[in-house]
Design a protein around this ligand. Structure first.
Ligand SMILES: [Zn+2]
Ligand SMILES: [Zn+2]
Length: 384
């Protein structure tokens, strides 16, 4: 199946589409699912597609999910299949996820008669911040038939191709963000006493925010706050009216998540009061913590080990990145895992979201095999 998978992956790679704009990608997906004779439903969360294979005999329903969106980034790779769209690139490997799931569909299409229960394929838009997964869950993607378990995978440039990585429970972080405006009073730089300098206040605020993780959170918990953008001011001799700070807040535990939020509120208020100025704080909840079901993780370990040996399945530490697969896992048990796509010999070593990101395409048939083994074991088909 490898050539077919590579062709599909490259076709998608050359025509990257951003979140909620995956029109061509979703057309390609539906075309294949329809050709396999599956029940296909389109236009979930705008561009999402779902395929359903109903087995000959009744049984459980298992779902697998791929994301389809690319990133606003100019590809720097000099390869024949490089992005043909200026400023857009599949730099997170979602092109591979789509190809892999289609490969799983092709496999079960050829084995239709041996399927007991149902297999549902979920192709979602907008994982990169748009929360396409949340919308599809709200639209009822896990119903009709009700999904008993769900699995999702992401290619992983930190593991060599041929290896699988799993998270026992927490896999990825809750990813919240804040926007803070320190509102002072502008004036001449030479007369600070008649103005209120929001730049100085913002400087204090940045250092105070950075004391939250180190002084308020249990050192055995996980948390990150990064102030990623500070903007304010126009010239060397002007005190501006206001300064804006943007940042991200990440945690693996709902209690810590709330604590971070409330400490940011207190610290911002405190700094504003101490400098005699106003402020505005907007705290926006992002993706929740991704929590795997331990039993489903054990199933992945056992199913994949059968094919590649225990030594090639690694239990990973959680990452502070985010994933909207978390929304599916809030509703049904399942597990999110990693497929190694690194190959140092081929120079495939760049991290996600880099303009040089690429995958070793061996991960395509490998990923298909891992999903097939997982589904086989979950539905008890005994074909793998
Ligand atoms: Zn990404
Ligand atoms: Zn991704």
């Amino acid at each position: 199946m490898k050539d077919w998978l590579v062709e599909i992956r490259r076709e998608i790679h050359m025509q990257p589409e951003l979140g909620f704009e995956e029109v061509e990608t979703s057309r390609l997906v539906s075309k294949w699912l329809e050709r396999f004779g599956f029940q296909v439903k389109k236009e979930w969360a705008k561009t999402g597609v779902v395929g359903l294979l109903q087995g000959r005999e009744p049984g459980k329903t298992v779902a697998i999910r791929a994301d389809m969106d690319a990133l606003p980034l100019e590809e720097a790779n000099q390869v024949p299949y490089a992005s043909k769209v200026k400023g857009k690139m599949h730099a997170c490997g979602h092109d591979a996820h789509v190809a892999i799931l289609l490969g799983v569909a092709k496999f079960f299409w050829s084995m239709k008669d041996q399927v007991k229960g149902n297999i549902k394929w979920i192709f979602q838009p907008a994982e990169e911040g748009g929360g396409g997964g949340r919308i599809m869950v709200d639209e009822g993607i896990l119903e009709n038939p009700n999904v008993d378990a769900i699995f999702g995978a992401h290619v992983f440039p930190f593991l060599p191709v041929g290896k699988v990585g799993v998270y026992e429970r927490e896999g990825l972080a809750a990813t919240d963000r804040f926007t803070i405006k320190m509102i002072g009073k502008g004036g001449h730089a030479a007369s600070p006493h008649v103005s209120k300098d929001p730049i100085l206040a913002a400087g204090h605020l940045v250092t105070q925010i950075h004391s939250i993780v180190s002084r308020n959170i249990n050192p055995l918990e996980n948390a990150v706050i990064t102030v990623g953008k500070v903007s304010g001011g126009t010239a060397f001799n002007i005190i501006p009216d206001e300064v804006e700070l943007l940042g991200t807040v990440r945690s693996l535990n709902p209690r810590v998540r709330e604590e971070l939020k409330s400490r940011i509120e207190q610290v911002t208020q405190g700094v504003a009061v101490s400098f005699g100025m106003n402020y505005r704080l907007d705290f926006e909840y992002g993706y929740p913590v991704l929590v795997n079901d331990s039993e489903m993780t054990r199933l992945i370990i056992s199913a994949c080990s059968k094919g590649i040996g225990k030594e090639n399945v690694e239990v990973l530490k959680p990452s502070m990145g985010g994933e909207d697969f978390a929304y599916y896992l809030q509703k049904v048990p399942g597990s999110f895992f990693r497929l190694g796509c690194r190959n140092e010999e081929k120079g495939i070593i760049h991290p996600y979201h880099s303009s040089l990101f690429d995958i070793d395409e061996e991960v395509l048939p490998f990923g298909v095999e891992m999903f097939v083994r997982i589904i086989d074991q979950y539905l008890g088909l005994n074909i793998a």
